[in-house]
Ligand binder design. Structure first.
Ligand SMILES: [Zn+2]
Length: 380
């Protein structure tokens, strides 16, 4: 990666889709727009967003996940053996229908609006997950680029629905083998295309640690994998370490949050990273991208010699954090991290879902701008 300044500013991935992108995605889904026209709209929007991030002072840019329906369901378009299903469709197939209905009620998520990628056959890469998108970004961005991908544990948990998956994979561990293989291929392609930073999203880890036996998020279609949380977290660590084993030249990060699907903070999980620390420390990745702007994340702590991608603004609020507050939070983090090991980012994405962004583009831009101002002061 080209040299970064101290306290590099970046985002966690998603950006609110501009109206023309939302409109084009809708038209495409209804068969009223062809792929080429959709790509023209998306290409133009990504170019605009890259320019905006540079203007706002982002040191590492992303494509805002503008081409994705959400941060993990997009894989259905690009993998064989995976089908996109709405949560409403899934009620028809899961055995514990009452449990699934209860889950949807507690979540503040409309069952028809969220889709999940479900494994219904042998999983294999049909198209690149992100390498083609990266090639486009590389052509239009001068500086370092971050690429986001769903982590191997999230993908496995999301895609494994026993009623639909068992014909091909008897257990989720068996499915995980193919997930690891496809993510390794993707990482190799991202290295070839010149990715500077690859961030794997593993938001489900907090759920495993905080509410064992009770699946609380829509991301895990398979209800209540009633296993020992320690065993599940060990599996998550081993899958990630196998995915990144032997990777060179790229900064690899893992993002762990407590959910980012609702502005109603009471539906999101609460608890510090403490129970996850023994696992996060053993991930063979350079950076942990963590939320700290929300009080639900608890006290700041160190994780061995890891870098911290520090969440300093809340992506779900209208109030823009002050430069002074961001600066004070980072100065506090210097108790645990050397200055060259702290990156500044929001707690999570501003977009998450193409049809249900967590914020407006204007507020997202104001928050990124505040982070950039704080970083400039800190460098001084
Ligand atoms: Zn997140």
């Amino acid at each position: 990666m080209s040299a970064l300044p101290l306290f590099p500013v970046t985002t966690v991935g998603s950006w609110p889709r501009p109206p023309q992108v939302q409109g084009a995605l809708r038209q495409f889904r209804r068969g009223r727009m062809d792929r080429a026209e959709l790509d023209r709209v998306l290409d133009a929007a990504v170019i605009d967003l890259l320019r905006l991030q540079a203007d706002l002072g982002c040191d590492i840019v992303t494509d805002g996940e503008l081409r994705r329906d959400n941060f993990y369901s997009f894989v259905a378009d690009r993998l064989a053996g995976v089908r996109l299903m709405t949560l409403a469709e899934m009620i028809d197939v899961v055995e514990d229908k009452a449990g699934f209905e209860r889950l949807l009620q507690t979540l503040d998520v409309p069952a028809y609006s969220i889709s999940s990628p479900i494994c219904t056959g042998r999983v294999a890469r049909r198209d690149a997950l992100a390498a083609d998108d990266l090639r486009f970004v590389r052509r239009h961005a001068d500086g370092p680029v971050k690429v986001t991908l769903p982590g191997p544990y999230l993908l496995t948990r999301a895609m494994f629905v026993p009623e639909l998956t068992r014909a091909c994979y008897p257990t989720k561990e068996a499915l995980a083998e193919d997930v690891v293989a496809l993510l390794r291929s993707e990482l190799a392609d991202l290295a070839t295309e010149g990715a500077d930073f690859v961030q794997f999203d593993e938001p489900v880890l907090t759920e495993v640690a905080f509410s064992p036996g009770r699946t609380r998020t829509f991301m895990c279609a398979a209800l209540a994998a009633r296993k020992d949380p320690a065993e599940e977290l060990e599996l998550a660590v081993s899958l990630m370490n196998r995915v990144v084993d032997g990777t060179q030249g790229m900064r690899i990060g893992v993002h762990v949050c407590r959910g980012n699907w609702s502005r109603d903070e009471t539906t999101l999980l609460t608890g510090s990273y403490q129970p996850l620390a023994p696992y996060l420390e053993r991930l063979d990745v350079r950076q942990l991208v963590l939320e700290y702007a929300t009080e639900r994340a608890g006290d700041l702590m160190g994780f061995g010699d890891k870098e911290l991608g520090m969440g300093v603004v809340n992506p779900r609020t209208d109030v823009v954090e002050s430069v002074a507050a961001i600066r004070a939070a980072v100065e506090d983090a210097l108790r645990f991290y050397a200055p060259d090991r702290i990156f500044l980012n929001p707690d999570c994405g501003f977009g998450t879902f193409s049809n249900r962004p967590m914020n407006t583009a204007d507020i997202a831009a104001a928050k990124v701008s505040a982070m950039a101002s704080a970083a400039r002061e800190l460098r001084g």
